[in-house]
Design a protein around this ligand. Structure first.
Ligand code: 1Q0
Length: 216
């Protein structure tokens, strides 16, 4: 019963990355583990089919940008979100009003992932509390409209809403998560989602404090 859950991809491990990226009593976030979580989510998304590859492509690009900073000469400054924000702002490395000399700053790149994390949080919470006959396309588009859609132009919103109809059923979703029976999935989500929320809330607070929520 437990055999395949070990080597095959499991959503629990992905969500655990979001637990392990919390530092200092939830007052900072380790970038490396944050990106590990995202890479797991992308892997999951790729199992949903090619319709979603336009979504995962952009996420992959942004993960790559962040990994390059981590691997670069100033990698140590990018170890945590707090130190990244401090470093980039004090060095004038962030385009604040218009993309120009620093179009791919860590701060603006991470903001895109942060907004997407809000979608994920809402979607998984809806899945967790949904009834068996709920339509995933509805849950997904509600979550999207309450989060990411507010930052996307019409064409992307349109494309996304079409793609949502290609989503598998709630039961298939739960199977792909590879966690166990629906009951176990619901329980796992209940345990893991608070960590996603903590990561989201910390980042949000940090970006509010430094007035970074509207970076171009
Ligand atoms: C599972 C279904 C996935 C549905 C994802 C909803 C979002 C769809 C729309 C996204 C379109 C992205 C195209 C590119 C957008 C960029 O313009 C935008 C802004 O960046 P920039 O550089 O132009 O300023 N980029 C973003 O907004 C970042 C978007 C990243 C999308 C990441 C989507 C979230 C992935 C989640 C993993 C799915 C795992 C599901 C787990 C559920 C388990 C059952």
């Amino acid at each position: 019963k437990m055999d395949s859950a070990e080597d095959k991809f499991c959503l629990r491990e992905v969500l655990v990355s979001f637990k392990s990226c919390l530092l200092n009593d939830d007052k900072d976030v380790l970038v490396e583990h944050y990106l590990t979580g995202w890479k797991g989510l992308v892997r999951f998304m790729n199992t949903l089919g090619t319709v979603f590859s336009f979504v995962s492509k952009d996420a992959v690009t942004k993960i790559q940008i962040m990994e390059n900073y981590l691997k670069g000469d100033n990698g140590e400054r990018y170890r945590t979100l707090r130190s990244m924000v401090e470093y980039e702002l004090s060095g004038n490395l962030v385009d604040l009003t218009k993309r120009s000399s620093h179009p791919d700053s860590g701060c603006r790149t991470l903001l895109r992932l942060h907004r997407a994390l809000r979608w994920l949080q809402l979607f998984l919470e809806k899945l967790r509390t949904s009834s068996e006959d709920s339509k995933t396309s509805t849950l997904c588009s509600e979550a999207y409209n309450d989060s990411l859609a507010n930052y996307h132009p019409w064409l992307i919103r349109k494309t996304a809403s079409v793609a949502f109809f290609a989503l598998p059923t709630r039961n298939t979703f739960f199977e792909v998560m590879n966690v166990g029976s629906p009951d176990v999935v619901v329980e796992m989500l209940g345990e893991a989602l608070p960590y996603v929320s903590k990561v989201y809330d910390f980042t949000q607070e940090l970006y509010v404090q430094r007035n970074l929520l509207d970076l171009p």
